[in-house]
Design a protein around this ligand. Structure first.
Ligand code: A3P
Length: 284
C-alpha cells in the first residue's frame, strides 16, 4: 500500500508520515509567513520558484543554490522538520492540504495564503503522466481508468472539487488571495504584480520582469534546483515523463475523447452546482 489515510485523504507514504502530518497540524505560523496552497499538479513547484523571489526582491541565490523542496518546503511532508528552522523570514511554504486540515495557528496568526487553482481537466492530464513517472504512486492504468480514479477522488489529497470548495469558503478574509495557473501562463508579470501587491512588496517593473524570466517554464526546466533531476530515478523517472512536462493551458484537448469530455464536465458541474462561487474559467 503506497498511501496513508489521513482524515479520509490519500497521502503518499514515501513523502509523508503520521508524524509529519501531526507536525503540520501543530505548526505555529508566524505573522509574516506565506503559504501557497495548491492541489497537486496545479503549479506547486512554480510557486516554490516564485515566492522566494517576490519576498527577497529578486535575489536569485536561493533558486540557484537550494533545491525547491528545501527552499519552500511542503508544510505536511517529512522534510519539513529538517528544514523549517533553516528558513529565513519571511518564510515561504507550500501545502496540498484542504482548508479544514490547516493548523489552528493559521487563524490566530497574520500569515498569508495564496490559493492556486488550475482547470481540473489539465490537472488530471498532468497527474496521469505524473503517476507514470512517480515510483511512489500507483500505476494509473489506462487514461480512462485514471479519469474515473481522479473523479472519484481516489488520488493523492482527494477530490479536486472538495479541495476547491474548502478553500473558496474560508474565514481568512483579506489574508487569502486566489490565483489561477491559467492567469500565470497568460501573463506572468501581471500575476506576479498581483501577488507582490498582496504580499506588501512594492517591486519595480524591471524586478517583476526579471522574476518572470527566471520563473518561465524554460528557465525552470533547465534549473536542476527546480526540475527534480536531482531526485533518484526510482522515485521520479524522467525517461517516462518529465516533471516540467508541457506547462500549457488546454493540453486536455489532446487527450480527452468527446465522451470523456462530457462525462468529466458533468461530474464536476454537478459537484459544484450548489456552491456560491463560480469557476474563473469555462471547464471546456
Ligand atoms: P504539466 O504536467 O501540464 O506540464 P505541481 O508542481 O503542482 O506538481 O504542478 C506541475 C505542473 O505545473 C506541470 O504541468 C508543470 O509543467 C507545470 N509548471 C511548473 N512550472 C511551470 C512554469 N514555469 N510554467 C508553466 N507551467 C509550469
Amino acid at each position: 500500500e503506497l498511501y496513508l489515510l489521513y482524515h479520509g485523504l490519500l497521502v503518499p507514504k514515501e513523502t509523508h508520515s503520521l508524524e509529519s502530518l501531526k507536525f503540520a497540524q501543530d505548526f505555529t505560523f508566524k505573522d509574516d509567513d506565506v503559504v501557497a496552497v495548491v492541489y497537486p499538479k496545479s503549479g506547486t513547484v512554480w510557486m516554490q520558484e516564485i515566492l522566494p523571489l517576490l519576498l527577497n526582491g529578486g535575489d536569485l541565490t536561493p533558486i540557484h543554490t537550494i533545491p525547491n523542496w528545501d527552499r519552500v518546503p511542503w508544510l505536511e511532508e517529512k522534510r519539513i522538520e529538517l528544514v523549517v528552522d533553516k528558513l529565513a523570514s519571511p518564510r515561504a511554504m507550500v501545502s496540498h492540504l484542504p482548508y479544514q486540515l490547516m493548523p489552528p495557528s493559521i487563524h490566530t496568526s497574520k500569515a498569508k495564503v495564496i490559493y492556486v487553482m488550475r482547470n481540473p481537466k489539465d490537472v488530471m492530464v498532468s497527474s496521469y503522466f505524473f503517476h507514470q513517472m512517480a515510483g511512489f504512486l500507483p500505476d494509473p492504468g489506462t487514461f480512462d481508468e485514471f479519469m474515473n480514479t481522479f473523479l472519484e477522488g481516489k488520488v493523492l489529497f482527494g477530490k479536486w472539487t472538495d479541495h476547491v470548495k474548502s478553500w473558496k469558503q474560508t474565514e481568512l478574509g483579506d489574508r487569502i488571495m486566489h490565483m489561477t495557473y491559467e492567469e500565470m501562463v497568460q501573463d506572468l508579470p501581471a500575476a506576479l504584480k498581483r501577488m507582490s501587491d498582496f504580499l506588501g512588496r512594492d517591486l519595480r517593473e524591471e524586478t517583476i520582469q526579471k522574476i518572470a524570466e527566471h520563473c518561465s517554464f524554460k528557465t525552470m526546466k533547465d534549473n536542476s534546483m527546480s526540475n527534480f533531476s536531482l531526485v533518484p530515478k526510482m522515485y521520479l523517472d524522467h525517461d517516462k515523463s518529465q516533471f516540467l512536462r508541457k506547462g500549457v493551458i488546454g493540453d486536455w484537448k489532446n487527450h480527452f475523447s468527446p465522451e470523456q469530455r462530457a462525462r468529466f464536465t458533468s461530474v464536476i458541474q454537478k459537484e459544484l452546482e450548489n456552491e456560491s462561487f463560480t469557476l474563473p474559467w469555462s471547464l471546456d
